[in-house]
Write a protein that binds this ligand. Structure first.
Ligand SMILES: [Zn+2]
Length: 282
């Protein structure tokens, strides 16, 4: 499969489909391409990168084959808000939460940051989760937040770009529903972790639903927030990150259990997850 498609891709006999274009220059035939009829921009990976619909399945498949065979990893797409972090506008802090403004300024809390007028609190177990998950998965962030917000949060939780590199998809690239079409990886090898199912209308079978992380009062109705009680989610909480990590390890084990010599066609995380899969009770 790989060699056949590579032959097609290297063709420059005038019938080039201009499948992969960067800054309007076709990477195969080097010609200038004025307009791509149906294309998808992958600016978040490389500036000016565009793939046609024909190029997408091939490229996604190739990326996943390399990830699986060379690195024995799958792909993981992580939501930000209520999954890895909780954030709130300072003006929406309750009276009993305002001590956090000084705490953030003091810089004493590694898990508390600020972007414009928002306080950002990372979920307990986050750094351990990222470190362990990155050994088994090539990781992306996918958020409905703005690009500036997404970049600021990722800088806080992954300051050295160890875990996500440039793989951050925000509202700028994805203004409507979330879709794996924007993730350069085969859907057979991609797991999604998100607290919201509805935003993934076409990829729910890949989805692992995590319990919503609610730290601030603004998101908690009829009860005191963790911030008000000066407590936090238990690291072993059912539906929390440690619990999700255990499940991700099972998925990874299941995928690779019959060895990596078999064709990708016979493997699919969707048959292991059968999502949307909820890791906690009602
Ligand atoms: Zn071309």
């Amino acid at each position: 499969m790989m060699s056949r498609t590579t032959t097609v891709m290297s063709s420059s006999d005038g019938n080039c489909g201009h499948w992969i274009v960067r800054h309007r220059i076709c990477l195969t035939c080097k010609k200038k391409v004025s307009h791509l009829e149906e294309d998808r921009a992958f600016n978040y990976l490389f500036s000016g990168l565009c793939l046609t619909n024909e190029a997408m399945p091939f490229t996604k498949r190739l990326v996943t084959l390399i990830t699986i065979y060379d690195h024995k990893k799958l792909h993981l797409v992580l939501d930000l808000d209520h999954t890895l972090i909780n954030s709130v506008s300072v003006s929406n802090l309750s009276q009993a939460e305002k001590y956090l403004i000084d705490e953030e300024r003091s810089g004493k809390w590694e898990n508390l940051g600020k972007y414009e007028d928002r306080l950002i609190k990372s979920r307990p177990f986050l750094q351990e989760f990222l470190e362990e998950a990155s050994k088994l998965f090539n990781m992306h962030v996918y958020t409905k937040g703005s690009s500036g917000y997404a970049q600021a949060v990722v800088k806080m939780i992954d300051p050295n770009k160890t875990y996500f590199g440039g793989r951050v998809i925000s509202r700028r690239e994805s203004p409507y529903n979330k879709t794996l079409d924007l993730v350069l990886a085969d859907e057979r090898g991609t797991v999604i972790v998100d607290d919201t199912v509805e935003v993934w209308p076409h990829h729910q079978k890949n989805l692992l639903q995590i319990r919503r992380y609610l730290y601030f009062k603004h998101d908690c109705i009829n009860k005191k927030s963790y911030a008000e009680r000066r407590r936090d989610e238990s690291r072993s909480s059912k539906g929390g990150l440690a619990n999700v990590l255990k499940f991700l390890k099972l998925v990874h084990n299941g995928f690779f259990s019959c060895g990596v010599g078999e064709d990708l066609e016979s493997k699919d995380v969707r048959s292991l997850i059968n999502g949307p899969f909820k890791l906690y009770g009602c």
